[in-house]
Design a protein around this ligand. Structure first.
Ligand SMILES: Cc1ncc(C[n+]2csc(CCOP(=O)(O)OP(=O)(O)O)c2C)c(N)n1
Ligand code: SF4
Ligand SMILES: [Mg+2]
Length: 281
């Protein structure tokens, strides 16, 4: 994201909300800023339309604040609640037809490598569980099997939040939802394990209750995708509206999941480990 894109014209300068002005003055554009330095500005630059307490909105914000080179990153999304916040986030962002994100991201990454052979242009898919585990699963797996140099990030709220509560492949077995009144009949699709066996060089499974872990995982995933191969980060981002818990319980819900079936997990192959050691040296 270039500062030029968000810098207001002089006439509007004083009319904009204080967080916007703060973002322009102190946002993560010139100096690298990490999660510890989240300002009063919002990576999400306007009041966003997510429901109160939305785990997906928090996930989007934490990912946006964890990008190693925000100005040289292109985020690819698809329909779903994440799209609301992403369209209002201070990142370069393009949307795709539902489920096509990893195919579009593969093409863009290849094109950017040709156009900017000496620069790192990070292409990051940031999409919901339905977009990845259901309609986009074939294109996601094929991008991994082809070893495309892209990072895929799932904001997993375990439901189709955007369309009113259908079950997704990532919903837990037995979960009752507005449009699954008898409860889901099969377990969560093991996308994290599929990432490992389909050629991802690095993968992490985290929750929004652990922002630092998200920061580290996103950074590692994007760096490794530059040189080694595809990477995957799966973030539990609970949805109060569809899972029907109070909006101030999002972090508590994520913490409980993290202590149980959504524990932190990470894998990395030898080549990626070597690469990280060199990059950090
Ligand atoms: C081809 C196509 N089919 C269906 C839809 C309708 N649709 C929009 S978002 C969505 C579900 C998104 O669920 P998920 O990816 O889990 O994201 P969430 O809203 O939960 O963040 C569906 C089915 C669409 N936009 N395009
Ligand atoms: S429906 Fe759920 S995921 Fe979508 S904006 Fe509301 S809380 Fe967030
Ligand atoms: Mg979802």
């Amino acid at each position: 994201m270039s500062l030029k894109i968000i810098k207001p014209t002089a006439a509007f300068q004083d009319l904009l909300p204080p967080e916007y002005r703060e973002l322009v003055l102190n946002g993560p554009f010139k100096d690298h800023k990490g999660l510890n330095e989240l300002g009063s500005f919002k990576e999400i630059i306007e009041e966003h339309p997510h429901c109160a307490g939305c785990g997906v909105a928090l996930g989007v914000r934490l990912v946006a604040a964890s990008l190693p080179s925000p100005a040289d990153t292109l985020i690819i999304g698809t329909p779903g609640c994440s799209f609301f916040g992403l369209a209002q986030t201070a990142v370069n962002y393009a949307n795709t037809a539902f489920g096509n994100q990893n195919a579009v991201a593969s093409g863009l990454k290849r094109m950017l490598k040709i156009r900017y052979p000496d620069l790192h242009k990070d292409v990051v898919v940031l999409v919901g569980d339905g977009g990845i585990a259901d309609i986009g699963l074939d294109l996601t797996l094929h991008s991994w099997l082809r070893r495309e140099n892209i990072t895929t990030i799932m904001v997993d709220n375990e439901v189709y939040g955007n369309t009113g509560g259908q079950e997704s492949g990532m919903s837990v077995e037995g979960q009752v939802l507005n449009m699954a009144p008898q409860g889901k009949k099969f377990p969560k699709i093991p996308v994290f394990d599929l990432a490992r066996v389909s050629g991802c060089a690095y993968g992490a499974r985290v929750t929004v209750a652990s922002p630092k872990k998200i920061g580290q995982a996103v950074k590692k995933a994007i760096l490794i995708a530059r040189e080694v191969g595809p990477t995957y980060v799966q973030i539990y981002t609970p949805c109060p509206t569809n899972l029907k818990f109070p909006p101030n319980m999002t972090i508590k819900t994520a913490k409980e999941a993290e202590a149980g079936y959504y524990s932190f997990q990470e894998f990395i192959n030898d080549e990626a480990l070597e690469y990280l050691k060199k990059a950090e040296a």
